[in-house]
Design a protein around this ligand. Sequence first.
Ligand SMILES: NC(=O)c1ccc[n+]([C@@H]2O[C@H](COP(=O)([O-])OP(=O)(O)OC[C@H]3O[C@@H](n4cnc5c(N)ncnc54)[C@H](O)[C@@H]3O)[C@@H](O)[C@H]2O)c1
Length: 304
Amino acid sequence: MGNFLAGKVVAVTGAGRGIGRAVARAAAAEGAKVVVNDYGVSVDGASPTSEVAEAVVKEIEAAGGEAVAVADDISTMAGGQRVVDVALASYGRLDGVVCVAGILRERMLFNMSEEEWDPVLATHLKGTFTVFRAASAVMRRQRSGTLIGFTSGNHQGSVSQANYSAAKGGIISLVRSAALGLHKYGVTANAVAPVARTRMSANVPTELTEIGEPEDVAALVTYLLSGSAAEQGITGQVYTIAGPKIAVWAQPRELRSVYGEGSWTPERIAEVLPGSVGVDPMPMLSQLLAMEAAARAGSRPNAQ
Ligand SMILES: NC(=O)c1ccc[n+]([C@@H]2O[C@H](COP(=O)([O-])OP(=O)(O)OC[C@H]3O[C@@H](n4cnc5c(N)ncnc54)[C@H](O)[C@@H]3O)[C@@H](O)[C@H]2O)c1
C-alpha cells in the first residue's frame, strides 16, 4: 500500500464496477478510507442490487484497506446525502468525492423518449449535483476538500447520445461553478474524461484508437485527490486520460468578435458576420465526415 491519500476519507459513486471500482480500490491502497457507492444497475440503469457495492468493500478489506458500502441511487437528493452522511458517521470527515456513476440510453435525437432522456440526465448530471451539494457543505466547514466529476470526450457532441452528451457538458459547467464558488474555502473541483475498457465502452460501435484500463484512470484520480494536486492549485480543469495519454482541455473563451455601430439588423449581420466573426469548425463533425467516408470505402472507421 502507498500513502498518497493517507488519513483521507474519499467517497466514490458508481464504485461497484469499471472505473469507479478501480478508483475505490486505488484510493484504499493509497491509504484512504473509502465509501463505496453503487446502485448495482445494468448499463441502461435497470435492476438494482446492493451486492455490487458490498463485493468491492470485501475486495478492499481483503487487501488490508478500510471501506463501507452504500447501495443508494445517487440520482436522488437522499441518495447523495447518504453517501456523505455515511462518510461522516463511519470516518468523521470527508476529503474527496468522485462522481463516477453513469448509465447509457442510446437513441437518435428524433426518436428519443422522455424515458431515455430523464434517467440519463438524472444519473450523470443530477447525480453529480446531489453528491457535490452534500459534500461541499461539509468541505466548506472543513476548509478543504476535492470534488471530482466524470465527463466524456462526447461532451463535444454525439450522433446518437444527445442525452449523455448534454449531461456530460453540464457536468463540466457544474465542476467549473464548484471551482469558482468554493475557491475561497480551499476546496477544489475538477473533471475527468476517461477512455477505458469497461462494460460501458464495450458498447462503442467504432474502434477506439486511444484506450486504456480503469487502473490508468484511477491513478489520475488518486493524484487529483492528493495534497500534491491541491498544492499545485489545480481546480476548474478537465483532464482526459486514455491509456498512456493525459491531456488538459481548453477553457471556453470567445474566439473573435466584431462590434457594430448602432443597433444590429439581420441584414447588417448577414453582411458582416461571415467575413469577420465567421465560424469555429467543429472537430467532431470533421471526424464524423471522415468516418462516413471510411465506411463508404469499406474500411472500419476509427474514432478517438
Ligand atoms: N469507459 C469509458 O471509456 C468512458 C468514457 C467516457 C466517460 N466514461 C464515464 O466514466 C464513468 C464510469 O464508466 P464505466 O465505463 O466504469 O461504466 P460501468 O457501467 O462499468 O460502471 C458504472 C457504474 O455506475 C453504477 N450506477 C449507475 N447508476 C447509478 C446510480 N443512480 N447510483 C449509483 N450508482 C449507479 C452502475 O451500477 C455501475 O456499477 C461514467 O460516468 C461514464 O459515463 C467512461
